[in-house]
Write a protein that binds this ligand. Sequence first.
Ligand code: TXA
Ligand code: MG
Length: 313
Amino acid sequence: MARQVSFTDETIEEAATLLREGALVSFPTETVYGLGANALDDGAVASIYAAKDRPSFNPLIVHVPDNETARRYARFSDLAERVAAALWPGPLSLVLPRTKGCPLSKLVSAGLDTVAIRVPASAPARRLLVASGVPVAGPSANKSGQLSPTEARHVADGFGDEVALVLDGGPSVVGLESTVLDLSTETPTLLRAGGVTHETLEELISAPVAVAGVDDTAPKSPGMMSRHYAPHTPLRMNASEMSRGEALLGFGGSKNAVADLSPAGDLVEAAANLFRMLHEIDGGGYAGIAVASIPESGLGRAINDRLRRAARG
Ligand code: TXA
Ligand code: MG
């Protein structure tokens, strides 16, 4: 069972330090409890996916203490400014283009050029975000496929010491995940229903808001989207040798690799490096990318899922 502590000045400081150091900390928000990691740190973000047992890299929501901090990481259109001014802090996540040179881990966006960002209303969450001084990536703090946690003990029961600390801020008042609104495309689109309703959004925007999966114009779920990052360079998997002009992306100490996802064969390290190394090799002018074989276990399943999509794209 993960260590659960009540919310005090001291435990906030401890949690903030753990976050800065790359550990996982579960924190209360008004919607549900989040499984937090430093969103600037690829390794910390990779350990979220490992702890959740996610079979693929769903993009994660980044939590920041205020609108001004959000602008560092996401590009706000006039419409996005208006929505944020009206509904933040609150149970709403906005999907927006990443800023140029955005320092957030690429893994947070699962390789997309957008980021989902939100300013939570819960006072404990905001105090932690201010104390840590880093943006915090946080999916709901449940194992993949299980119920979202609305109390600290749900989280503590669900995880072992892969979660360094669970901050208890009492039961979540909304008890339902945030609404996810995509403002990165022409048509504002509701990707997930949640604490802020469709009606509230349409009234505020004074225009129809499409609903993903219902309206034909709306994008499909993030994992299926074609603008999901795929390298421009053709990619093949399970490569044991290279052809001319190809770059080998290795694993576990492959010989002649231009980069190695994890020389030690560690899948969490490999996940942390995946999108960054693919981007780097993609820009290197190679005829193809040959990726060494990755074991189909643990985070290897998510890595291979991503590579299969990239190979098809
Ligand atoms: O209430 C909440 O939103 C909680 C608390 C902890 O903030 N977090 C949460 O995170 O529910 P998670 O990871 O369980 O759900 C994130 C949702 C997913 O449906 C994901 O596909 C979507 O947000 N999402 C995240 N980034 C996205 C992006 N760049 N584009 C499209 N959808 C994105
Ligand atoms: Mg969830």
